[in-house]
Design a protein around this ligand. Structure first.
Ligand SMILES: [Zn+2]
Length: 221
């Protein structure tokens, strides 16, 4: 085979908190639409956001579990872009000083696809992380024919964005990474990581291959 797969992943995961990232609205799933809202998460002018201590602590705990470092100073950044279900038209997120830097996620044997477990190409592999930063989720849009419905209950929910280095070399490793990460987050009590409720998901797959493809030639090939 003349090519090597080289993949990095971004996973967004809802932090397990009672309330949203910058206000006291509940984060519970399945409530009547637009009942868990306030001037802060609706982006009203003059509203004053207040950080959610539990979200910060659980993100730092996640970093401790997977051996990340944390800078002495962390800060928030304003990312401006138009998004139809984001009332502020900017997202409060973290850019150059996230809560967690480095670290790694071990790929557990039992997290590989069943038919692959006896033939693991790189046993005991650890996937290096670039960072974990905290940010807020947008609202939820549902499109029905010519109309769109919007539910702001999810707007402002705390999300961890967990970003790897380009260490994954096959679909099986990507599978094992997501399952291993899910297990760590669930066992640590920092996230439900429940795919049914879309509280966790892969949002970006970004190939680092030189030349712009999703694969790069094997050295010497
Ligand atoms: Zn609110």
């Amino acid at each position: 085979m003349p090519y090597l797969v080289t993949i990095g992943l971004e996973v967004h995961c809802q932090v397990k908190t009672q309330t949203k990232m910058f206000c006291a609205c509940r984060t519970s799933f399945g409530d009547t639409p637009n009942t868990n809202t306030c001037p802060v998460c609706l982006g009203m002018p003059g509203a004053l956001p207040v950080l959610n201590r539990e979200a910060i602590e659980k993100t730092l705990l996640t970093g401790l579990m997977i051996h990340c470092g944390s800078p002495e100073i962390s800060k928030w950044d304003r990312k401006n872009y138009f998004y139809p279900d984001m009332p502020k038209n900017y997202q409060t997120t973290q850019m150059d000083l996230p809560l967690c830097i480095g670290g790694g996620v071990p790929l557990y044997d039992h997290c590989y696809p069943t038919d692959h477990r006896k033939n693991i190409a790189n046993p005991n592999k650890t996937v290096r992380l670039n960072r974990i930063h905290l940010e807020e989720d947008v609202a939820k849009s549902t499109h029905l024919g010519n109309s769109s419905l919007i539910d702001f209950n999810r707007a402002g929910t705390p999300l961890m964005e967990i970003v790897t280095e380009p260490d994954l070399e096959s679909a099986e490793e990507a599978f094992a990474y997501v399952r291993s990460l899910q297990m760590i987050l669930q066992q640590g009590g920092v996230a439900d990581a429940d795919m049914e409720k879309v509280s966790c998901g892969v949002t970006s797959i970004f190939p680092y291959a030189k030349g712009g493809g999703s694969v790069r030639p094997k050295s010497g090939a």
